[in-house]
Design a protein around this ligand. Structure first.
Ligand code: URA
Length: 213
């Protein structure tokens, strides 16, 4: 399925201007484009090789990522790592980033509970995500969950019907649509969880196959 270039407002038409990921990260460290920087510990920028074929995009850093400053190092990240390995994808060869670069949470006593970023926050942060993708020019972008999909392709493209498909936006790298690993962690029914995990690995396997084409 080919999608027109201007599918939605989410991925900003204008993005940060930088010639390297290092320069971009440096600029992003001072980001005040939305209010999320106020309560977060630090920005969690993308990481991985700049000569990469695959960019994985999650939603936003969680509690552990906020503290460590690195994407996908908490429970969802560990599950992602295992599923990538099963799919034959080496995380060390992928660039891993998020649609939103600061942790959004609500405080409950001592706990900081994940809060979903809103459309405005995703749009503001597309300034960075768009620039990361422009610099990296990967062969394939994998969206993990609805927020990443929204950031890349806007509101008209929905996760459920497109899950497992590779979409081809004009003038941008192809996008493989899949779920977020934290969804798997929330499934209570064991059989359902097994099924969903198997489908997730199979989606990631498509990314591995695409890379080696
Ligand atoms: N969930 C995400 O979407 N990104 C992370 O970095 C961690 C958890």
């Amino acid at each position: 399925m080919t999608i027109a270039a201007n599918v939605g407002p989410a991925l900003a038409r204008e993005v940060a201007n930088a010639t390297s990921i290092g320069e971009l990260r440096h600029q992003a460290e001072g980001c005040t484009r939305c209010d999320l920087y106020r309560n977060a510990t630090q920005i969690v920028f993308g990481e991985g090789p700049v000569k990469t074929e695959i960019v994985l995009v999650g939603e936003q850093p969680g509690d552990q990522e906020d503290v460590s400053g690195r994407p996908f190092v908490g429970p969802a990240g560990r599950l992602l790592d295992r599923c990538l390995e099963e799919a034959g994808l080496d995380r060390q060869r992928c660039y891993v980033t998020n649609a939103v670069k600061h942790f959004k949470f609500t405080q409950r006593g001592k706990r900081r509970l994940h809060a979903k970023p809103n459309a405005g926050e995703i749009k503001r942060c597309a300034w960075w995500l768009g620039a990361e993708i422009n610099i990296l020019q990967p062969k394939l972008v994998v969206t993990l969950g609805a927020s990443a999909l929204y950031a890349l392709l806007g509101p008209k493209v929905k996760l459920t019907p497109e899950r497992g498909h590779i979409l081809y936006p004009a003038n941008r790298p192809p996008v493989l649509v899949t779920i977020h690993p934290s969804y798997l962690l929330r499934i209570r029914d064991e059989a359902d969880q097994r099924r969903q995990r198997r489908d997730f690995v199979s989606d990631l396997h498509k990314a591995a196959a695409y890379r080696s084409q």
